[in-house]
Design a protein around this ligand. Sequence first.
Ligand code: XMP
Length: 323
Amino acid sequence: NWTTGNVIDEQVAAIREMVGDKRAICGLSGGVDSAVAAALVQKAIGSQLTCVYVDHGLMRKGETEQVEKDFVAATGVQLKVVDAEERFLKALAGISDPEQKRKIIGREFIRVFEQAQAEIIADEGPAVEFLVQGTLYPDVVESGGGSGTANIKSHHNVGGLPEDLEFRLIEPLRKLFKDEVRMVGQELGLPEEIVHRQPFPGPGLGIRIVGEVTKERLDLLREADAIAREELTAAGLDRDIWQCPVVLLADVRSVGVQGDGRTYGHPIVLRPVSSEDAMTADWSRLPYDVLAKISTRITNEVRDVNRVVLDVTSKPPGTIEWE
Ligand code: XMP
């Protein structure tokens, strides 16, 4: 019979057996799947596991700290953090096209990750033979099905490594669905904010700025996003919505008035959606007073933003993300 305790015990035994006295590497994204996979493998092999977190500078407010501090505190995992913000910003300079942004972020990510990997392999210690991945059952079915669905956007994920990888894979979540993964994470004592995190795209805020990605724009979007998340949480709506991208229309300006002055600032888009699996989605009918609060706070607190708009498009025809 299925219990999270059984799943954990079984996996811990299987992973120990498989890894023996060798070492393993795991990429952390801040998301649920990689966090739970890493925590499970850490429980099995302890310091034989090293996790890598690439900080691409495109995360939301507080997310990197959550991995660096809370996740490490909860699991005792050995973590290598690579601060690659400058590198990513440099590579993204002058780029506005969404697909180009995704390709650049994916490419840089793999380069930085491989570099970190090489450094870990070069460290003293047993051979690094294993790579941990947070593959879930639906991913297994999807890729095994070979249905050849059209690639509408090139998706990028942590661990989206090249074909010729020289590692054996550890995929402790292969038989689990998302809700089961959350239960296992909870049982392993992971922080609530990680276990119940809503989906967030690998390319991060890089695909939530319509226009060129700059440090200044990222900081501005981080502030707006943090306000929206704070108010949605305060209103108790986190579990009702699938996710709520907050998008900065950096290439658009509109006229506003604030105090006695005319402003000419950027709009922020709220994109709250309800969904079962992200394949289709509907825009969430959020309470007006919550929307009002978010709008007031963002226009008051975020420099250069003088308008907040609500995206009322379902998917299809709109995708969840704007890029
Ligand atoms: P779209 O915009 O295609 O998004 O309707 C569907 C879901 O996927 C997420 N998303 C991504 N996740 N890497 C990811 O790991 C990506 O490149 C990526 N692009 C979109 C999006 O947030 C939504 O949950």
